[in-house]
Every structure is written in structure tokens, then in C-alpha cells.
Design a protein around this ligand. Structure first.
Ligand code: AHR
Length: 662
């Protein structure tokens, strides 16, 4: 009898502890409770010409200062050989007749032989050249009189040896400018190449818009974009692309604000300006950083269309950067700024019979770009912003009520400025409020349930710029390490869970050139030939390519999973593919065994795909030498009915995808 009761007690004990352990370790997904729709725009990209993102980056032009308009007209150029007389190479300025592109270079030759006199261009931190690839050289020239002049075009490697070239012969053009192009194949791969132009002949020649493009641009467009960099964007399947920034929208002062109308039409007529990041950071000066606008608003819209992203242009609100001059345009002079916004909508969407729609059609896109979103102001704050925004909002909503406006909540996700703007914007019934947070990884973890507390009605949220900073905001010591990426992943589960409030989000900045950056961390790093995604890139990619259509609850002990036991989770279903998609982040150093129970479905496929992104150490990074040290790895896992036994690796971000059987 005694023996029996011991057995019973033991059995009871075992049953109870085992059952309670089971309850404790079970994460439940309620796949039939649709909490919110996930907007197609949920995960997008933020593009700014910072860190040589455009010129020297995605804009594939290899010649730096091609039209001699930099502050120092010969910056990037060197004269080769010894000019015979003073003024054989002279910068001319025709500002009265061409204020957009005033300067050109006049070269005078005195029966020169090949190799005696020439020009060298250093490129943007040199040029990346690929063996066997075709390169397209072009220039604009004017040759009043004289014999034919020969130009010997020659790419050289870092040691000065030729790696491909060709010859171009000019003819007299009188007073007219002529464009001439010639192509050749490179004979070697070189990451630090330069270009020489050797002159041969006699007479005088005027030169402008000296250009060299690789032929392997994105979609093989002449004068196009660097394909490897754009491919990385396309692979994200982004919901939107925000352009052109960032602080460059505001400009150091109002004269240097981004003006979209100056970035369209023939490239040689687009007026260059100094890039705001040229001198912004005294510790990272980039004196040769300008915006040539070879990449302008037409190209941005085209890029958005190419990669299936909604275009989100941001326009100046009549305020220059408040960290710089903080200039504002008087309210009674705001009209041209507002008109720019109205005209932009017509440029993007208007029929080819309208003034601005015709311009778009003439540039090669007769159909609409289908613009639905427009930003007014970047990181602007104070009543000065609100009073200007109200004028924009009234004018835009009157003419285009369907356009959704993205508005600024300043530079920080909390504090007095934020509270003031947040309050005012909500009173104005703002469509979408843009929040920015550059914070330490700990902040991202502590704030993973930020949006659980948000008002479910009224304005929606665009987490428009965010990145975990391993040191401090914009510190040169910041690393794109796994600690930052996993913290962002944890935070993103909170955004996904609150997809009824957060309708868009984007990491920032996007690109950085290893020899030309001003700001770190950045999502994608490039040199002249290579590009790689950081762990932060793969975190973004896992969310955007596993988006789903509807949020469903994922609970542990009936509670959302936002930091308890270092776990963070969100779940969606995809109505198009009939999948349940669960994201679980483990920010601790311990392995966690959990049972995943998918409730509210009839039946599930017996196999699921588990994708794991993880680093061995929080300090781990990707690099040019090991670009995929941290990358997502897929594996197949079995289900027992509606249950999955999960071993959640230390420091890991896991995506589990399983098909529902109806
Ligand atoms: O992403 C870099 C900069 O950070 C952006 O230009 C600006 O909006 C923010 O301050």
C-alpha cells in the first residue's frame, strides 16, 4: 500500500511538473485571428546621397568632375606633360549664356604628338574596371577651326600600365557643341584604375561633360546605375523607396536645398550643387563630394518601378537644415515650394498632355509613375515646421486628396520636440508621421513594445530612419555588427505586431563607400568593384521577403513576446501563399527549447522551413573578405501535427514558414 502511494505521488509529481513545463515552454500562434493587415509598404528602403551613395555609388559614372563645375574646376583632373604656353589648359566660364553648366575646359595644341600632353582623371576614389567589359566614353566638344584632333583614351592600372583604350578623332564644329562617343573593352580587372586622355594634333578644342560608363549597368541602360548595388536593393523586394534623403533635402542653407526640377531633363543641363555631406563632419571631410544630378528624380522614379517599390519622394518644406543654418522661407514666399510639390505630382502622374507630364513622357516614360506618397520636410521641427506644413497640406489635399503625406516628427523618437510635433501632427490629422531613431542596441530591445502602446486610430507611423548604433549616433566607431542587427530584428517584431499602426519602415543610411563615407553604420558597403550586405541588411531582407499579409497573435503564457526571457516574436499569415510565418529572436547567449503550437488551422504541411540568421559573437560582422560570414541559412524541420519543437540558438533570428492545408 505504501509502495503504491509513493508511485502515485511520483506519477502525480511527474505529470504536474511535466505538464507545467509544457505550458511554460509553449509558444502559441493563433493563425485564425487576423489582427491587422500588413501593408505592402511595410518594409522599404531609404536612399540618400551620403557616403558616396549616388555620385561614386549607384550612379555608374566613373569620371569625377566631368563638367569642371566643382568648387575647384580641375579637382579630380591632372594635366599630363608640360603645356607649351601659359593658358594651353584654361577654364572658361559662359555663365551669361549657360548658367546651369557654365564651365568648360579649353585646350590649345601646338602640333602635339601622342603622349606629350594630356589629362588624367582619378575617378571617385579611382575607378573599378572589369576585364573584358565594354566601356563607353563620351564628351561634348567644340572645335572652332583647325585640323582634326586625335584623343587617345587610355585606362591605366594602379601602376600606370595601360589596361584598355581607344582613339577618338574630332572635326571642326564652328560655334556648335557636339557630343561624340566611343567604346572599348578593358583588358584587365583593376580596382584603382584611372583614365588618361592624350591629345595629338594642332589647334584649339573646348571640352565638357567628359564621361565614362561601364556597359554592365542595371538593365544595361546607357548612363545608368551600378548593377550590383541595385541588385542588392531588388533582392530586398522593398515595399517603397524613399528619396533623395535625408538632410540633403533640407540643404545646408535654402540655396543648397534639393530642387527636383533641377534634376530632370538632359544631363548636361542639370545644375550641380555641393553635397551637404561634403563638409558636414569636420572629422570626415569629403571636399570632392558634389551632387551632379546625373541621377535625378526621373531616374529615382524609374528605379522604384524597376524594383517594384512605391516611390516616396521627400520635398523641402521651406526650411533649411536646422542643425546648419536653420533658414526658413517667409510664409508669404512659400508658394514656389508648394508649387514644386504640386508640379511633382503632375510630373509623376499627370497625362502626357499636361506640362509636367509631358516632360516625363519626353524623358521616355509616357505612363504614370503612380505616385501615392509624398513627404514634406525631413527632420524639421518646431512651430515653423507646422505652420509651413499646414500650407502644403491644404494645397496638396485640395488638388490631390488621394496623395498620402508623410510628415516629420523631428530627429528623435522622444523628448519635447517629438511630443510637440506628435501632438500637432495628430491634431492636423496627418496621414503618416515619420519617426527617426538612431540609438544604442539596448534602446531597441527596451523599446520593442513601443508601438503596442500607440493610439490605434488616427495618424499612421513611418519608422523612416533607424539603425542601432554600436557606439553612439554617427560615431566613426559604429560597427554593423551582429549585436546591432539582432537588436533591430527584435524591434522589428514589435513593428510587425503593430502593422495596424506602423505602415512603413526603413533602415538608414543605405549605402557607404569604404573610401568615401561620412556616416556609419550603413546597410550596404561597397568599394569600386564589390558590394556586400551587412548583418543588418539580412535582418531587413528576412522581414521584407517574409512579410505575409496579416498579423496574427503569437503568445507565450498568453502574453506578447517582447523581451521576456530575451525572446521577441511576431507572426503573420500570407493569404496568397497560405503560409504561417513566425519570427522569433533570441538575444541571449543561451539556447532556448520551445514548443511552437500553431492553433486555429485545420492542418499543416508536415515540413516547415526554418531560416536562421545568427552570429557566433555579438561583435561579428560581414566584410569584403567574408561578405556572408553572417547570412540566412535554411533548413527543413518536421512538425508533429500542429507542433514544432524549436531549439532557438543563442543570438539568433529565426523565421519559421509552414504551409496551411485547407
Ligand atoms: O541617415 C543619415 C542622416 O540622419 C539623414 O540625412 C538625416 O535625416 C538623419 O539625421
Amino acid at each position: 500500500m505504501k509502495k503504491l502511494s509513493v508511485v502515485v505521488i511520483y506519477c502525480l509529481y511527474f505529470f504536474c511538473t511535466h505538464a507545467s513545463a509544457q505550458i511554460k515552454n509553449t509558444i502559441t500562434v493563433k493563425a485564425n485571428q487576423l489582427v491587422a493587415s500588413v501593408q505592402p509598404t511595410m518594409w522599404g528602403i531609404f536612399f540618400e546621397d551620403i557616403n558616396m551613395g549616388a555620385d561614386g555609388g549607384i550612379y555608374a559614372e566613373l569620371i569625377k568632375n566631368r563638367s569642371f563645375e566643382f568648387y575647384k574646376p580641375l579637382m579630380g583632373w591632372k594635366i599630363l606633360g608640360k603645356p607649351q604656353t601659359e593658358g594651353d589648359f584654361v577654364i572658361q566660364n559662359r555663365n551669361q549664356s549657360n548658367s546651369n553648366n557654365p564651365r568648360f575646359l579649353r585646350v590649345t595644341l601646338h602640333n602635339n604628338i601622342k603622349g606629350s600632353i594630356g589629362l588624367n582623371n582619378e575617378g571617385f576614389r579611382s575607378m573599378g574596371i572589369k576585364n573584358g567589359l565594354r566601356y563607353d566614353f563620351s564628351l561634348m566638344y567644340r572645335q572652332p577651326t583647325g585640323e582634326n584632333i586625335k584623343m587617345h583614351i587610355e585606362l591605366i592600372d594602379a601602376k600606370g600600365s595601360g589596361i584598355g583604350g581607344t582613339m577618338l578623332t574630332t572635326t571642326a564644329t564652328g560655334k556648335d557643341w557636339k557630343k561624340q562617343s566611343v567604346s572599348f573593352n578593358a583588358t584587365s580587372t583593376e580596382i584603382k584604375a584611372k583614365l588618361n586622355i592624350w591629345f595629338e594634333g594642332n589647334g584649339m578644342i573646348d571640352l565638357d561633360m567628359i564621361s565614362l560608363f561601364p556597359s554592365d549597368t542595371w538593365k544595361n541602360r546607357a548612363g545608368g546605375m551600378r548593377a550590383d548595388m541595385i541588385q542588392l536593393l531588388a533582392d530586398l523586394k522593398p515595399g517603397f523607396i524613399r528619396f533623395p534623403g535625408g538632410c540633403i533635402v533640407e540643404g545646408h542653407d535654402l540655396s543648397l536645398r534639393y530642387q527636383w526640377k533641377k534634376t530632370i531633363g538632359p544631363v548636361e543641363e542639370r545644375q550641380l550643387i555641393i553635397n551637404r555631406w561634403n563638409h558636414e563632419f569636420a572629422h570626415r571631410p569629403t571636399p570632392d563630394y558634389f551632387q551632379t544630378f546625373g541621377l535625378g528624380f526621373f531616374e529615382y522614379f524609374q528605379l522604384a518601378e524597376d524594383i517594384g517599390a512605391e516611390p516616396l519622394p521627400i520635398l523641402n518644406s521651406g526650411m533649411a537644415c536646422q542643425f546648419n543654418t536653420a533658414e526658413v522661407v517667409p510664409l508669404d514666399l512659400l508658394d514656389p515650394y508648394v508649387q514644386d510639390a504640386l508640379d511633382l505630382i503632375e510630373f509623376a502622374n499627370g497625362a502626357a498632355t499636361t506640362k509636367w507630364g509631358k516632360l516625363r513622357a519626353d524623358m521616355g516614360h509616357p505612363g504614370s509613375f503612380n505616385l501615392k506618397l509624398l513627404g514634406v520636410g525631413n527632420e524639421n521641427w518646431g512651430p515653423q515646421y507646422i505652420e509651413r506644413l499646414q500650407i502644403f497640406q491644404k494645397a496638396i489635399k485640395e488638388k490631390y486628396p488621394d496623395i498620402k503625406l508623410v510628415t516629420s516628427s523631428g530627429t528623435d523618437p522622444n523628448g519635447e520636440r517629438f511630443d510637440y510635433l506628435n501632438g500637432e501632427l495628430r491634431k492636423m490629422n496627418a496621414d503618416i508621421i515619420d519617426e527617426h531613431f538612431y540609438r544604442r542596441p539596448e534602446w531597441f530591445l527596451e523599446n520593442a513594445s513601443r508601438y503596442d502602446k500607440y493610439d490605434r486610430t488616427g495618424s499612421k507611423i513611418f519608422a523612416g530612419e533607424y539603425a542601432a548604433q554600436s557606439d553612439k549616433t554617427a560615431s566613426v566607431k559604429n560597427q554593423n555588427n551582429w549585436q546591432t542587427a539582432i537588436a533591430e530584428a527584435a524591434f522589428m517584431t514589435g513593428m510587425e505586431r503593430n502593422a495596424d499602426v506602423v505602415v512603413m519602415s526603413s533602415y538608414a543610411p543605405l549605402f557607404a563607400h569604404i573610401d568615401g563615407w561620412q556616416w556609419t553604420p550603413d546597410m550596404i558597403w561597397v568599394d569600386n568593384l564589390h558590394s556586400f550586405g551587412t548583418p543588418n541588411y539580412f535582418t531587413q531582407k528576412l522581414f521584407s521577403t517574409n512579410k505575409g499579409t496579416h498579423v496574427v497573435p503569437v503568445l507565450w503564457n498568453n502574453e506578447i513576446i517582447a523581451g521576456k526571457d530575451s525572446l521577441y516574436a511576431s507572426a503573420t499569415i500570407d493569404k496568397n501563399t497560405d503560409e504561417v510565418i513566425i519570427k522569433v529572436v533570441n538575444t541571449s547567449a543561451e539556447l532556448k527549447d520551445r514548443e511552437l503550437f500553431i492553433d486555429g488551422v485545420k492542418k499543416l504541411n508536415p515540413k516547415a522551413v526554418l531560416t536562421v540568421l545568427k552570429g557566433e559573437q555579438l561583435q561579428d560582422t560581414n566584410s569584403f573578405s567574408n561578405p556572408i560570414a553572417i547570412q540566412p541559412i535554411d533548413q527543413s524541420i518536421g512538425l508533429k501535427g500542429k507542433k514544432i519543437l524549436l531549439s532557438i540558438s543563442p543570438y539568433s533570428f529565426n523565421v519559421i514558414k509552414v504551409k496551411m492545408i485547407r
